[in-house]
Design a protein around this ligand. Structure first.
Ligand SMILES: Nc1ncnc2c1ncn2[C@@H]1O[C@H](COP(=O)(O)OP(=O)(O)OP(=O)(O)O)[C@@H](O)[C@H]1O
Length: 698
């Protein structure tokens, strides 16, 4: 890879029709030397095209570069010179007189099409173009709506729009279209002065197969029409044009500086390509991988001698720049190609999958959004449920409170009902007591009447003898015929018998059980005449009471005549004649008062409790109760005060005799009878025996 210098061509434009039309240079076309007449300084060129040199001649000279590009080597052609010196004329020309660019394009298409047609190595080519302009140090893409772009330091055209072109005409159309947007304005020096640097780049991609290997060549041809340097003394520009001119000069000055650095580098010099956009773009063209031809356009009027000198200095400098143009060919084996194709196919599949993944992502996104939406709804429902639960909880608390209050109220009501029931019972009890008291009063009145009658009857009192047969008899077995059944006249009411001990008449004089031989005469309050229900009949009795504790002392049963026999003694002394004198008689004393006269025989039998109790409804209750499969009659006797169950009797001995359920085994005689008293009133007569079993609750 040999280095070669940048090829520098000078093109002298025809003199303008200005007053001073003398030239400031002398040309030696053979030695390609230009001499400045002002100082006789010589400038060596590679080629000099004089004023009348036609466009074809210029193009013919630069053709080798175009050919190199066609063959895979980068090439650059750019025109440098003062404003109005013929740069655009040289590079682009006119429709009638094409410059280098259209001719190069035409040549490239002709050559490649010909190769494509004639070669047998499967030759193919592809051409694309970009058109940029640098205006006031900013880069614009003329094929993309003159959009401003940034130059990429490594891949210059990375951000530029690259348009594939199939023919030279198409390419020229696109080129023209782009260049129409180029910044151009009329100046004193040039009616159509370019105010920007225009860079057209053609990228050629060719390929062919040789020995089963693919040969790919990628080369670029940069064709640059620079904006012209300006001398203010000659331009008479407006403010904008002056500003543009200053920028152009600065840019060209940087180009000159970079060239000087390339040809005269300091040790470890870093070439300042990055100092301007133009030098960045021309980096490969100056000191890099490119064949480069610089056309310096010279306006040779002596008036522009300074500009010409500057241009010639630039030409001399750039001529010293060395480039190393390398063939841009890439050879690929068949296997690599297969692999590349596979990679490409896989890349396609990856793209496809990416697209599908994108869709799936979209779907997932939608699902996620829906899930989020549903979650939001669930959260809202949860909140509502929580609120309702709280309300339910509060309502339940209220309900519990109310139930508690209701329960208390019910209990209070029950208590009140119980109290009312108790009050009613109490009232009933009191009413019963009242009734009983009334009955008692009535009975006492009857007794009083009877006593009065008795007193009258006993006025002719006669002494009696006790019937021994009667005494020896058993009350349970045989004397019932002899015992007179109580009558209305002789028997006090059952209620009287039911009287409690505290209500019993209190003895006034002699104590029962006295051992004196004298007959004991007792006042009326110490005895009472009554009846006792024995074995289905009422037996007349005489009760004699203790004076101290008011309990009954002795009980006498009506004898056969007008006297009474001690019922107890009769049993104790069964079969003995000693009991015959234990008798009592109702009589009158010497004062005419009713009294009881006891027999003279010592009375030794034990004292007895009041023998029986007569109870009226509702102090007892007859119930039909079921015990297992049996139906049984029960008699419940109640306390007269609180109506609690007193004793529980079970039916036995016929349909009207009941035996205590609790003490029936202990005491055979604890029985009750349902009967009528001597007044025909329904009543219950409790056993004469002492009832010792426990009082039961109902
Ligand atoms: N060799 C030439 N033969 C005939 N006419 C020429 C030649 N060179 C330049 N001209 C004419 O001179 C005028 C200015 O030329 P041109 O626009 O190419 O200059 P320029 O260097 O591009 O100027 P600027 O830098 O201001 O754009 C044009 O009218 C052009 O036709």
């Amino acid at each position: 890879m040999a280095q070669e210098n940048v090829n520098v061509v000078a093109r002298i434009r025809p003199l303008s029709n200005e007053t001073n039309d003398e030239t400031c240079i002398k040309i030696d076309p053979v030695s390609s030397v230009i001499t400045l007449t002002t100082n006789e300084k010589q400038f060596h060129m590679d080629k000099i095209f004089e004023q009348n040199a036609p466009q074809e001649e210029i193009f013919e000279y630069i053709q080798p570069i175009i050919a190199a590009v066609i063959n895979g080597i980068h090439g650059t052609i750019f025109a440098y010179g003062q404003t109005g010196s013929g740069k655009t004329h040289t590079m682009i020309g006119s429709d009638e007189n094409h410059g280098i660019i259209p001719r190069s394009i035409e040549m490239i298409f002709i050559a490649l099409n010909e190769q494509s047609k004639n070669r047998k190595d499967n030759f193919k080519f592809k051409i694309s173009c970009t058109v940029l302009q640098i205006y006031c140090e900013k880069t614009y893409d003329l094929l993309n709506g003159n959009e401003k772009i940034e130059i990429h330091s490594r891949d210059i055209l990375k951000n530029a729009k690259e348009v594939e072109v199939k023919s030279s005409n198409e390419c020229m159309k696109i080129l023209k279209c782009g260049l129409e947007k180029r910044k151009v304005s009329g100046t004193l020096m040039n009616e159509t002065s370019s105010r920007s640097h225009a860079i057209l780049t053609l990228t050629l991609k060719t390929e062919y197969f040789k020995e089963n290997k693919k040969h790919e060549r990628i080369s670029r041809l940069n064709m640059v029409d620079l904006a012209g340097s300006e001398n203010r003394n000659h331009t008479n520009n407006n403010k904008t044009q002056n500003f543009e001119g200053a920028n152009i000069n600065k840019s060209l000055s940087t180009l000159g500086q970079v060239i000087r650095e390339i040809i005269n580098p300091f040790p470890n010099q870093v070439i300042s390509y990055r100092s301007s956009k133009l030098t960045m773009i021309l980096r490969d063209s100056l000191g890099g991988n490119s064949k480069t031809t610089v056309i310096v356009n010279i306006h040779s009027n002596s008036k522009y001698a300074t500009e010409t000198k500057s241009t010639l200095n630039f030409a001399v400098n750039v001529k010293n720049v060395k480039n190393t143009a390398i063939l841009q060919e890439f050879i690929t084996s068949k296997e690599t190609l297969t692999l590349k194709a596979e990679v490409q196919r896989l890349g396609g599949e990856i793209d496809k999958l990416k697209t599908e993944l994108g869709k799936e992502k979209e779907i997932n996104q939608t699902v996620v959004e829906k899930v989020v939406q549903l979650q939001r709804i669930v959260d809202e429902k949860d909140n509502k449920i929580n609120t309702l639960e709280n309300e339910t909880f509060e309502l339940e608390e209220d309900k519990n409170k109310l139930e508690l209050e209701l329960k208390k109220a019910n209990e209070k009501q029950k208590k009140c009902e119980v109290e009312i029931a108790e009050m009613k019972q109490m009232i009933n009890g009191l009413q019963n007591e009242n009734k009983q008291m009334k009955e008692k009063v009535q009975a006492l009145e009857i007794i009083n009447g009877q006593m009065k009658n008795q007193r009258d009857a006993d006025d002719n009192y006669e002494q009696f003898n006790i019937d021994s047969d009667c005494i020896s008899g058993d009350i349970n077995c045989g004397d019932e015929n002899e015992v007179p059944v109580p009558t209305d006249e002789s028997v006090p009411s059952g209620k009287e018998s039911d009287s409690k001990e505290k209500e019993m008449p209190v003895p006034m004089q002699a104590s029962p059980g006295s051992t004196t031989n004298q007959s004991n005469i007792m006042n009326v309050k110490n005895y009472r005449l009554g009846t006792e229900y024995i074995h289905g009949s009422w037996v007349k009795h005489l009760y004699i009471f203790d004076s101290d504790d008011k309990t009954m002392c002795y009980i006498y049963t009506k004898g056969s005549k007008n006297y009474f026999v001690c019922n107890k003694c009769k049993q104790i002394n069964k079969g003995k004649q000693t009991a015959q004198t234990v008798s009592a008689t109702i009589a009158s004393n010497e004062n005419g008062e009713e009294c009881v006269k006891l027999g003279e025989i010592e009375h030794v039998c034990q004292r007895q409790k009041f023998p029986q109790t007569i109870i009226y409804k509702p102090d007892y209750k007859l119930n039909k109760e079921k015990y297992g499969n049996k139906v049984d009659w029960r008699l419940h006797v109640f306390d007269s005060n609180d109506k609690k169950l007193y004793y529980n009797y079970k039916l036995c001995y016929g349909d009207k005799t009941f035996q205590c359920f609790s003490c029936k085994r202990k005491n055979f005689f604890v029985i009750a009878h349902l009967t009528t008293d001597e007044n025909g009133k329904e009543c219950c007569v409790l056993s004469a025996q002492k009832h010792q079993c426990k009082i039961q609750k109902l």
